[in-house]
Design a protein around this ligand. Structure first.
Ligand SMILES: Nc1ncnc2c1ncn2[C@@H]1O[C@H](COP(=O)(O)OP(=O)(O)OP(=O)(O)O)[C@@H](O)[C@H]1O
Ligand SMILES: O=C([O-])CC(=O)C(=O)O
Ligand SMILES: [Ca+2]
Ligand SMILES: [Mn+2]
Length: 654
């Protein structure tokens, strides 16, 4: 039996109805098929319909900036020229042939003798004969696709974050950081004992730079981010990050300030450039190299090179070091601190080393978040340097820290976490890869973030110390000299190893609560802080977020709700008017009462059952403070020798 003549259903030999696939002239069956069809010839054409052209390549209509008067093509050309110049080998071609777009997409592969070929060649090498594809300021969605397709260990978690692996290094490598010592920096920077700046010469920097650039140019494609640092419009810095991984590009997209399409069109030449060739090692036969990792800063060239570590925090903190050099030159103080602002406009800074509570306490439901880690204090007030937060996520829970937990969603980079292979549910308690698991998210993922991230002069300067010895009071009010003493000391006590047995707390002193990132001598920053606090009438506080009733293993950590009550009382101003008494040895002013906190915990000795052990531990810690401060005793702080004397006298006395 063949056609029934109506052209719709044909019975075959065994009597089953067969649906005809050729065009019918009636529509009795499958009504849904009769709608309009797409007007394309191929599947590629169909895909091309999905995408509308947009930033960062589409010009914004109606903008009257000089750059906007250029044709789109000319703007494009200039942008590529700038990127080609960034990627130039300094010994061969002046810059590689760069072309925008993903090499995996055929339509974007350059044809021969293309106008995208920017650089005139001096000497032809193999690298000059190929194109380097530039993936310029990709969006999070595009970077997700790149990461998942090309980078092992990239997965979407159940909440939508991008889980990544940073490779062998899961934290910063401060011993592998080098800074070029030249005629200027020799006198300007802090060198020697206690300083984070380990010298290298200009020539060695160039060797490493060439190594990184050659590595990047050998790849089929590189990622380029053009972004900003510092929300203060007068002191914004333009940064370019050239990297080989979508993970790095998305991390910086989140952590730096994201330009608007208009700002990107007028971007021009960056003020600072990072070459992140982290997958590729440095050469240990190179002078100054003591491992296969090297993070090199050249302030004169305004460049940074990363070899042999893929830990993304190196980029964030490398730029922070640069800000610690550039900002003081403009009489702006750079700060390793969190910052928030109350409904009445009162600003608080939170200094502290890792794990002391900067992120936890600056993310406060009753206040607006300005930033969690890096700030500037200028003549006009405070500004966040970054456009994102980098939160520790070990043992993170929705109950304890809902805002951070909920920020871990689409767009967020999750480093080195462990998740269920099927549900992709993250287990935040799992330390299999590292204890330093981290989440990097744009600041606007925190619901009460203040945008733009700027505020007036701080009213309170809170120094956080997690004292695992259990002898520092939960809160003390500091005078200016004491604030400077504790700021320069930068104390916290970590507990080495948390698995089995009771371990001794380990005291850590890190000048300005961030010695790894400062460039000038600590007393320079301290002098600026003292001047600003004095001028704007800010009050200093020392808050112990660590142990009470005994050292680690005997006492217990001060409950977070109590610390929050203490912080609330600082913000509201009520603590300023409390009654105070002075402690022995450290001479700290401690309140006798504080609403919502049991009075006995305010004085540490009350909580220790073994008073003798308390006194011994207190003296031990005081001795550590004294010893640490020795390297600072020969420095004058600011112009005021009276203040210097007061600071030296503000430490423990015994
Ligand atoms: N009393 C307390 N005060 C503050 N934090 C506490 C307290 N008790 C426990 N914690 C916990 O200590 C941790 C503090 O870590 P947080 O991420 O805030 O430190 P951080 O200073 O931002 O560190 P980093 O510089 O490494 O980012 C959190 O997990 C918090 O829940
Ligand atoms: O920089 C990092 O890797 C994390 C951080 O915030 C710090 O250590 O201060
Ligand atoms: Ca933090
Ligand atoms: Mn930090």
């Amino acid at each position: 039996m063949a056609s029934n003549g109506n052209g719709s259903v044909v019975k075959n030999g065994n009597g089953l109805a067969k649906i005809q696939t050729h065009k019918k002239n009636n529509n009795e069956i499958c009504h849904d098929d009769s709608g309009p069809t797409v007007k394309v010839q191929t599947i590629d054409e169909l895909h091309s319909l999905q995408k509308k052209r947009s930033a960062p390549t589409t010009p914004i209509e109606g903008t009257l900036t000089p750059f906007a008067t250029l044709s789109e093509e000319e703007r494009h050309r200039q942008q590529l020229k700038s990127i080609s110049a960034s990627l130039a080998s300094l010994t061969r071609e002046t810059g590689p042939k760069v072309v925008k777009g993903d090499p995996a997409r055929k339509s974007e592969t350059p044809r021969v003798s293309h106008e995208h070929h920017i650089a005139p060649t001096i000497v032809v090498s193999d690298s000059a004969l190929k194109f380097t594809h530039v993936l310029y300021n990709l969006s999070p969605a595009e970077l997700y696709e790149q990461a998942i397709k090309y980078e092992k260990g990239s997965f979407i978690t159940s909440s939508g974050a991008l889980a990544t692996l940073s490779g062998a290094k899961t934290g910063r490598s401060p011993r592998d950081k080098r800074v070029v010592k030249d005629n200027d920096t020799e006198n300007e920077l802090w060198w020697g004992k206690g300083s984070p700046n380990i010298e290298m010469d200009e020539h060695t920097f160039m060797v490493n730079r060439e190594r990184a650039v050659d590595y990047l140019n050998s790849l089929e494609k590189v990622y380029v981010n053009d972004q900003f640092l510092n929300w203060d419009p007068e002191n914004k810095i333009k940064v370019r990050i050239v990297s080989a991984r979508a993970y790095h590009s998305l991390f910086m997209h989140n952590m730096c300030i994201r330009p608007t399409p208009e700002e990107l069109e007028n971007f021009g030449t960056p003020d600072f450039t990072i070459y992140n060739a982290g997958q590729f090692p440095c050469n240990r036969y190179t002078h100054y190299m003591t491992s296969s990792t090297s993070i090199d800063i050249n302030l004169a060239r305004r460049e940074m090179v990363i070899l042999g570590t893929q830990y993304a925090g190196e980029m964030k903190k490398g730029l922070f070091s640069v800000m610690h050099y550039l900002m003081p030159k403009r009489h702006i103080l750079s700060l390793h601190s969190g910052c928030n602002i109350g409904k009445d406009g009162d600003v608080a800074l939170f200094f502290g080393l890792s794990g002391t509570g900067k992120t936890t306490l600056s993310t406060d439901h009753n206040r607006y978040l300005i930033g969690d880690d890096e700030h500037c204090w200028s003549e006009t007030g405070v500004s966040n340097i970054e456009g994102g937060c980098y939160a520790k996520c070990i043992d993170l829970s929705q109950e304890k820290e809902p805002d951070i937990f909920n920020a871990i969603r689409f767009g967020t980079v999750l480093e080195n976490v462990v998740f269920d292979e099927h549900t992709r549910q993250v287990d935040y308690s799992d330390k299999s890869v590292t204890e330093n698991t981290r989440a990097a998210y744009p600041i606007e993922y925190i619901p009460n973030a203040l945008l733009p991230c700027v505020g007036p002069h701080p009213k309170n300067v809170i120094l956080l110390a997690c004292d695992a010895f259990g002898v520092l009071p939960p809160v003390s009010k500091l005078n200016l000299a004491q604030t400077m003493y504790h700021f320069i000391s930068g104390y916290t006590a970590l507990v080495a190893g948390t698995e089995d047995g009771i371990k001794e707390p380990q005291a850590t002193f890190s000048a300005c609560f961030g010695a790894a990132f400062i460039m000038l001598h600590p007393t320079k920053y301290a002098a600026m802080l003292a001047e600003k606090m004095q001028k704007h009438g800010a009050t200093g506080w020392l808050v112990n977020t660590g142990w009470s009733g005994g050292s680690y293993g005997y006492g217990s950590r001060i409950k977070l709700p109590y610390t929050r009550k203490i912080i609330d009382a600082i913000h509201s101003g009520s603590l300023l008017n409390a009654n105070y008494k002075k402690t022995d040895i450290f001479g700290l002013e401690i309140p006798t009462q504080l609403e919502g906190v049991p009075s006995e915990i305010l004085e540490p000795v009350n909580m220790w059952s073994d008073k003798k052990a308390y006194k011994e531990t207190l003296l031990k810690l005081a001795g550590l403070f004294k010893k640490n401060f020795e390297i600072f005793t020969n420095y004058k702080i600011g112009k005021d020798s009276k203040l210097t004397e007061e600071i030296l006298a503000a430490g423990p006395i015994f």
